[in-house]
Design a binder for this molecule. Structure first.
Ligand code: FEO
Length: 392
């Protein structure tokens, strides 16, 4: 992709990664991604905002071929998909100074081996004049690491937001044209990396609420020239109010747990609750994460392997615990053959979830009538809990 000027003196100079299918050896990328670096050319100084994933340095090098001087490298975030190209940039431009938050300075030195003398810390709200372009740095922790900041260009009303408001989407569109289509990749991205930090992100939203923003330029995915859409979406996702939804990550070995899950899903739907069952043998981690953004309840469906929970269920439970969703209720359904430490093991793995645990339903072998009745009772109890939050 060629360098693209989207406002006078502001250029997209990133790389579109059409083929990447996994991030952090964890997160599926069904639609690829992009690493958006930007060039801000003032009348006196030039800055580059973030760099690209090291594997795509040839794309950044091509963008910089006709750029004779870079004075500043704005490093919003030390994660290598944006910072990994910075050693290349400061090697090419020996006069360039790296600007970052105080927290980022040590991380850039640790992760990339950048010399301390090349890095300058910037304060929250500090401005930098490039000549007709004034950069205002806004510290925005936890979007996505603790050291993150964003940059606002005052004259152009453009917010360069790094991971914040981004989406893993490879596209040749510079700006979002179809808001309905970007909603899912943007929500998936929020769910995978920012959900645990909802309260802090709400504070960050407050910090930028009085900035007149015409364009949001994130470091992944297309830019927003109607920023209200994505800001409103973030307000919804970061709210602590859940929706009338139940997520059921489950795994079944010989069908018993699946019988319980099917019964539970049908009973919940009958009570007007939206359900999201995820068979852990085939599901996409990103879809599970997305459903956790809104759900009021999580019910894990889990058979015993020997006496403990099936490892696939352990993975899902560990993921949910790490993502700290806003769910208020939880339970476990499953089956065992000769030993059952399913529930106590799962309970011990979710210290981050602030949930009320409802009575689990664990069948010995094939579910019997009493087990199915217990599932119906669980559905009824969950419906009452949802009603108590005015969700139904
Ligand atoms: Fe896209 Fe947290 O890096």
């Amino acid at each position: 992709m060629i360098k693209r000027e989207f406002k006078k003196g502001l250029y997209w100079a990133g790389a579109v990664d059409w083929d990447r299918r996994l991030f952090d050896s964890l997160i599926p990328l069904p639609d690829g991604t992009s690493y958006n670096a930007y060039i801000v050319r003032g009348t006196e100084k030039t800055a580059i905002i973030d760099a690209v994933e090291p594997a795509m340095l040839d794309k950044l090098a091509a963008h910089l071929r006709d750029v004779p001087r870079i004075d500043y490298v704005v490093a919003h975030h030390a994660e290598q998909d944006h910072s990994g190209g910075i050693p290349f940039v400061i090697g090419k431009y020996p006069e360039a100074v790296v600007l970052c938050t105080p927290q980022a300075k040590g991380m850039l030195i640790d992760h990339l081996g950048i010399g301390e003398g090349r890095v300058r810390e910037v304060g929250d709200g500090e401005t930098l004049a490039l000549g007709g372009k004034t950069l205002r740095f806004v510290h925005a922790p936890w979007v996505h690491w603790p050291e993150t900041m964003v940059t606002y260009v005052e004259e152009d009303r453009v917010l360069f937001s790094c991971d914040w408001f981004g989406s893993h989407l490879a596209t040749s569109e510079l700006f979002v044209s179809d808001e309905a289509a970007i909603y899912e990749p943007a929500k998936r991205y929020f769910a995978e990396i920012m959900m645990p930090f909802r309260a802090i992100i709400r504070k960050n939203l407050e910090k930028i609420k009085d900035l007149p923003i015409e364009i949001i330029a994130p470091s992944h995915g297309p830019l927003f020239n109607r920023p209200k859409f994505i800001i409103d979406a973030y307000k919804e996702w970061t709210s602590d109010t859940p929706k009338n939804e139940v997520v059921i990550p489950y795994v079944s070995m010989h069908g018993s747990t699946a019988i319980l899950v099917d019964r539970l899903a049908a009973a919940l739907v009958d009570k007007g609750i939206l359900v999201h069952p995820f068979n852990l043998a085939v599901m996409d981690v990103g879809k599970l994460a997305m459903s956790l953004v809104d759900a009021a309840t999580i019910v894990v469906g889990c058979p015993a392997v020997h006496v403990g929970p099936h490892p696939a269920a352990l993975y899902a439970v560990a993921l949910a615990n790490a993502l700290r969703p806003k769910a208020r209720f939880a339970s476990v359904v499953g089956s065992y053959g000769w030993g059952n430490r399913i529930v106590e093991t799962i309970k011990g793995l979710i210290p981050n979830l602030k949930v009320e645990l409802l009575a689990p339903v664990i069948a010995k072998g094939l579910p019997r009538v009493a087990d199915l009745k217990a599932i119906d009772a669980l559905a009824g109890a969950l419906a009452e809990k949802h009603k108590s939050l005015n969700l139904i």
